[in-house]
Write a protein that binds this ligand. Structure first.
Ligand code: MAN
Length: 349
């Protein structure tokens, strides 16, 4: 692998102990996968905060949203009807649950390294029956002075993409579920192309097909159609099991550059890149063979779910791309890349 990422020496930038839980009785288990944006000359992260009660021996307990409050579900670890092989999800009596409940929290920074939670901004929680297992992994796209938030909406109905928009980060307009289950990793292009909005997204087709990156277009950024499959998993490769878009595609003179995550059968999550035609993003013109970033640091190898680097937010300054990323599903970290360097690694089709 060509290791193109320069990790922040201050990593992890944020760990679960750095923020306060949202309610009494819960602990923060993971801080991960922030959406990233610039607002009022500061760098902001919209972090996924995953919470659960303090765990006691022999019992798995986790919260789900119920009305305005939460309900704690407790299951004995030795219950024969429990399948708990993945720390992130369990199956009980044939029903799938998440082991943590996630909300989205804003933090900001003057230097992009030291973040704090500012007063006067709300916590974004799941709302209603399509979000009762929480909201996760939000992408933030700024289009014509409106911030578009696209996040994973999880419930017992499935995993889909929810959307809210805001201009001031204090009041939000809800647009409901824009991509029904199973779908996630929805990253809007930050400008229209030939008058249309575009987005990348990741439906999953389990019986035939797989976990592939798709493109969709829209007249208004909310209602999506003309879906096209763009990037598939590659057999025996680092991205053989699933691929999903990171943040908004980056406009370069060579095309739209997308940083994406790929996972293999062993659930190792790496980052890669591909390039779309500037005028017609349904044409993928180049892609990297090798990852541009692999989990190697201790905080990426060991945590809530090890061997993971996952990004869904970045800041661009000239050639410098700063990604913020979730490490081992537990910490928020940062790394810098040269955009030209990433472009030079792509193989044209
Ligand atoms: C997967 C992982 C988890 C996430 C769920 C629901 O299991 O990405 O982190 O909570 O899907 O989206």
């Amino acid at each position: 692998m060509v290791n193109t990422a320069i990790r922040f020496s201050e990593n992890p930038l944020l760990s679960p102990k750095d923020l306060a839980p949202s309610r009494p009785g819960l602990e923060i288990a993971c801080l991960l996968n922030p959406g990233v944006f610039t607002f009022q000359n500061k760098t902001w992260l919209l972090i996924r905060v995953a919470e659960r009660p303090a765990q006691v021996d022999g019992i798995i307990s986790f919260p789900v949203l119920k009305g305005d409050g939460i309900e704690i579900i407790e299951i004995k670890e030795n219950d024969p009807e429990l399948i708990a092989t993945d720390p992130r999800v369990i199956t009980y009596k044939g029903v799938d649950y998440l082991t943590t409940l996630s909300h989205l929290r804003l933090v900001c920074s003057d230097d992009g390294i030291n973040f704090y939670q500012p007063d006067g901004y709300p916590i974004l929680q799941g709302e209603g029956p399509d979000e009762n297992f929480g909201i996760e992994d939000c992408r933030v796209a700024l289009i014509d002075e409106t911030y578009y938030l696209t996040f994973t909406a999880v419930s017992d109905h499935g995993v889909g993409v929810g959307m809210r928009t805001t201009k001031d980060w204090k009041t939000f307009e809800k647009h409901g579920m824009i991509m029904p289950p199973h779908n996630k990793d929805c990253a809007l292009f930050e400008e229209k192309i030939n008058g249309k909005f575009y987005t990348l997204h990741r439906p999953s087709s389990v019986d035939l097909g797989g976990n592939y990156i798709w493109l969709a277009e829209s007249p208004d950024g909310i209602h999506w159609g003309n879906h096209k499959c763009l990037v598939k998993t590659r057999k025996n490769n680092w991205d053989s099991k699933r691929v999903g878009a990171g943040a908004a595609p980056i406009k370069t003179e060579k095309g739209w550059l997308e940083i994406y995550h790929g996972a293999n059968k062993k659930h190792q999550y790496c980052l890669g890149a591909f390039l779309m035609d500037l005028n017609d993003p349904s044409k993928v013109i180049a892609q990297c063979d090798e990852p541009i970033m692999k989990p190697i640091a201790e905080y990426e190898m060991c945590g809530f779910f090890g061997q993971v680097v996952f990004t869904n937010g970045h800041i661009i300054k000239g050639d410098e791309l700063t990604i913020y990323y979730g490490a081992a599903d537990e910490f928020v970290c940062g790394a810098k890349f040269s955009i030209q360097n990433i472009l030079s690694l792509l193989k044209y089709k």
